[in-house]
Design a protein around this ligand. Structure first.
Ligand SMILES: Cc1cc2nc3c(=O)[nH]c(=O)nc-3n(C[C@H](O)[C@H](O)[C@H](O)COP(=O)(O)OP(=O)(O)OC[C@H]3O[C@@H](n4cnc5c(N)ncnc54)[C@H](O)[C@@H]3O)c2cc1C
Length: 398
């Protein structure tokens, strides 16, 4: 019996395998991952692990004993190079492995700056894998000059860690403001103030012309002609879904591996979950890049492989740790036309479309996050004026 083969040994792979076993699946399960480590959490890579405050074994999602007990075979340090759909086999270096059901959980690949403008110089880093972070760790020493390219969550988290370690940090964002793709101006203002207070210089609305240096990066030239000296550069300019394998196998790609509501591709034996997968939502396809999505979608796929026939309904949540602040996000703010801010226990930003609550960003405000998340999941929208009033007891809104 061929069993389930999972390509990619990340969050979605681990969740799918564990759920299959929890649901009683007794056939072989094999996870194939090109990284050498067993499935691990990525969020600490730009937070506690980057800061040097988390040992590597705490990154692991499950212990080696768990995988052994569950009889899940991990083939690590091994890339799947092709899918033979007619034979229902995946190809690995020098060998083939048959599957009865295949889950693609290949994650995402970080965008890099082009080599033509210095993106391939030594000292230029991305933050996606453990190897990326281990590779830059020796350069993260007090007094070094870091330029962060990109003001999204990963760039901002890396900037915060670097300041804590005593580096001089300049963050450059080409768009008019940081967090432009993911958060309101109000949230961005709060985050920007925090970084400025910690001594990060933030340059917005200016692009990069080139990175320069001999073999190692020594500086960053901006599009307005300014020149920033740099001992290292961290590039956090987003990711692309890892779709090459699926595309080469003739599966449809639509900003990710296109799957139906159950997480299945047009091939009835192939499924996808996590950062690589785009699922139907409203009139188009939606792809989310978060731990919550990777877990929930993978578990949904596991159930559907066993015949549950359940549509995947995301319940988006996300978090970001910067300095000693915790930002927690519930819902998806896409399409908002109004923002309400609330200054109470902490600071929170509530996104509405008309009278419908879409999402909440809660900065150091666990209650606003918890109440907002429960309201959004229940499809309930509190009156905006009541939310804004700091005297309103949020729990009374539930
Ligand atoms: C630095 C960082 C910080 C983050 N912080 C947060 C956060 O605070 N909160 C949050 O919710 N999310 C966060 N995320 C996002 C979150 O980690 C991802 O959404 C999640 O890991 C997605 O899981 P996945 O299984 O889809 O992909 P991944 O975890 O990326 O796993 C995919 C794996 O597949 C492997 N692979 C790809 N192709 C092949 C192949 N052909 N053969 C074999 N193996 C292959 C890859 O090497 C990789 O190991 C963060 C991500 C990063 C990088």
């Amino acid at each position: 019996m061929a069993g389930v083969v999972i390509v990619g040994a990340g969050q979605a792979a681990a969740s799918a395998a564990a759920k299959l076993r929890a649901l009683g699946y007794a056939e072989p399960i094999t996870i194939i991952g090109e990284e050498p480590l067993a499935p691990y959490q990525r969020p600490p890579l730009s937070k506690a692990y980057l800061l040097g405050q988390m040992p590597i074994d705490r990154l692991l999602l499950r212990s080696p004993e768990f995988w052994a007990e569950q009889q899940v075979e991990l083939r690590l340090g091994t890339a799947v190079t092709a899918i033979d759909r007619a034979a229902k086999e995946v190809r690995l270096a020098g060998t083939r492995l048959p599957y009865s059901q295949l889950i693609l959980a290949t994650g995402a690949v970080p965008h890099r700056l082009p080599a033509a403008i210095g993106g391939a110089l030594a000292g230029v880093h991305v933050v996606r894998n453990l190897a990326d972070v281990d590779g830059m760790a020796p350069a993260l020493r007090a007094g070094a000059r870091l330029v962060v390219v990109g003001g999204g969550y990963i760039g901002l988290e890396a900037a915060a860690v670097a300041r804590k370690l005593g580096l001089e940090v300049v963050l450059v964002e080409a768009a008019p403001r940081i967090l432009g793709r993911v958060a309101s101006a109000e949230t961005a203002d709060a985050i920007r103030s925090m970084h400025l207070a910690h001594g990060v210089e933030i340059i917005e609305g200016i692009g990069i012309s080139r990175l320069w240096g001999d073999t190692s990066v020594r500086g960053v030239e901006l599009s307005d002609g300014r020149n920033l000296p740099a001992d290292l550069v961290i590039v956090g300019i987003g990711v692309a879904p890892a779709t090459a394998l699926a595309q080469a196998a003739g599966l449809a790609i639509d900003n990710g591996i296109a799957v139906d509501a159950e997480g299945r591709t047009a091939d009835p034996a192939i499924w996808a979950a996590g950062d690589c997968a785009s699922f139907p939502m409203g009139s188009g396809g939606l792809r989310l890049e978060s731990v919550g999505n990777a877990i929930d979608m993978a578990e949904c796929v596991a159930g559907n492989i066993l015949g549950a026939a359940t549509a995947y309904v995301p319940r988006p949540w996300f978090w970001s740790d910067q300095y000693d602040a915790k930002l927690q996000i519930a819902g998806l703010n896409t399409g908002y036309d109004q923002v309400i801010t609330r200054q109470a226990e902490g600071y929170s930003v509530w996104y509405y479309r008309g009278k419908t609550l879409l999402a909440v960003d809660a900065l150091n405000d666990a209650r606003a996050y918890m109440v907002g998340k429960r309201l959004i999941e229940a499809g309930r929208s509190p009156d905006a004026a009541r939310v804004a009033d700091p005297l309103t007891d949020l729990k009374a809104l539930l």
